[in-house]
Design a protein around this ligand. Structure first.
Ligand SMILES: Cc1ncc(COP(=O)(O)O)c(C=O)c1O
Length: 397
């Protein structure tokens, strides 16, 4: 960090300083971490998604299928690219997009499917790849939450046409804000690299100290989505710690699953067998029907938060009724022939609603605690279980 701050170059768009930009080093190491050929660092995870969609040629008149349970950006970026986000329901075992629902939502306008690996499980990449290939669609991997997860040994982010990661503050690899696009398609990489740099890209010729080493020979209309050198340094540093932290979180979560389901009223996430390495952005556990006196996730989360002294919370609100999601608010969005498909409440997402109402989430820093912390979580659940009847009575008064 201090080397960067004292250097002549703080940004990709800054002058050549006589040494390789840190973000080039990051791109190489992150691509190898994921198991993809290329990485294009960008300023946000949303930028990785929208640059990738642009590079694929997604635009007005197109539809992209996205899960109805995810952070709003997974869907809003589709509308930002000028296309229509088509919401489909989730698989209750993993909370990720349901492949049969994807197939049922395909129309002649569909051009891509976005798989989101949500909280701690991967979407069914085998089934989605078969569907995408059968219908000639692109497969986008929103791996914002899945650093280090794998599917049959292949890294999350390397299985789609491109993968998008977020390095926003809450993620397991972060530079405050930031994003990383990965792909093994050289053409897509070249376009994404130009899109993120106002159309510029690194020159292949000799660099001149004090001058930019970007060349202005663009074939796309881009905008500035560059990551700074300072952020690239933070990510390189975090990448060193990530594998060990991922292992610690997985061990903690596996034991917590065993401890919590033992009482019979809680149910863990059931990942696909092919998801051979899980990466925990959030630890999720579900209340069985009628458990905890039927309190529901919101009330149980409130009680757990009070007991543990940090925020335990339910999942995102499904996108058919999320206050931050209505792509009709984009300027000009209502004008196209597909405008009716932009209405979020036109979609039916019963599994997303059912699971959101009974799921309790712990953010990943809590999974780096030791045995005593895990026992404190189990004890907090036990206390809420004991007091659930009273809490319920107080709520209905
Ligand atoms: C699943 C998912 N997709 C996309 C994003 C967007 O990333 P960013 O906030 O870095 O733009 C996030 C971040 O919260 C996310 O969780």
């Amino acid at each position: 960090m201090s080397e960067t701050l004292e250097s002549e170059r703080w940004a990709v768009s800054g002058p050549w300083s006589g040494s390789r930009p840190i973000e080039r080093e990051l791109a190489e190491r992150f691509a190898s971490f994921v198991g993809a050929e290329w990485c294009v660092p960008v300023d946000h995870g949303s930028s990785a998604l929208v640059a990738g969609l642009h590079a694929l040629g997604v635009g007005p008149g197109d539809e992209v299928i996205v899960p109805g349970l995810t952070w709003v950006a997974s869907a809003s970026v589709v509308a930002r690219a000028g296309a229509v986000p088509v919401l489909v329901d989730i698989d209750p075992n993993t909370l990720c997009i349901e492949p049969q629902a994807v197939e049922a939502a395909i129309t002649p306008a569909t051009v891509a499917i976005t798989a989101v690996h949500l909280y701690s499980a991967m979407a069914n990449m085998d089934a989605l790849r078969v569907i995408a290939d059968r219908h000639g669609l692109a497969l986008v991997e929103d791996a914002a939450q899945a650093y280090g997860a794998s599917w049959r040994g292949a890294g999350a982010g390397s299985l789609g046409d491109f993968g998008a990661f977020s390095a926003q503050q809450g993620k397991t690899l972060t530079s405050g804000e930031g994003g990383l696009l990965v792909t093994s398609d050289d053409g897509l990489r070249a376009k994404a690299e130009m899109l993120r740099g106002d159309g510029r890209r690194y020159a292949t010729g000799p660099q001149v100290r004090g001058r930019s080493d970007l060349e202005e020979r663009s074939v796309v209309q881009g905008w500035n989505m560059h990551l700074t050198e300072i952020q690239a340094g933070l990510l390189l540093d975090g990448l060193e710690r990530l594998p060990l932290q991922n292992r610690q979180r997985a061990l903690f979560a596996e034991q917590l699953d065993k401890d919590l389901v033992a009482e019979g009223d809680l149910e863990s996430i059931v990942p696909y067998g092919a998801n051979d390495q899980r990466a925990y952005y959030h630890y999720a556990i579900r209340l069985r029907e009628g458990a905890f006196a039927g309190l529901g996730a919101t009330a149980v989360c409130e009680a757990l938060s009070a007991e543990l002294g940090y925020w335990v919370h339910p999942p995102y609100r499904p996108l058919d009724g999320h206050p931050l999601y209505d792509p009709r608010r984009f300027p000009g969005a209502g004008d196209g022939p597909l405008a009716e498909r932009l209405n979020p409440s036109a979609y039916h997402l019963p599994a997303a609603h059912r699971e959101a109402a009974r799921t309790v989430l712990f953010h990943h820093p809590m999974l780096l605690g030791g045995d005593a912390h895990r026992e404190a979580i189990v004890e907090a659940f036990a206390k809420v279980r004991r007091l659930a009847g009273q809490l319920r009575a107080a709520k209905t008064k």
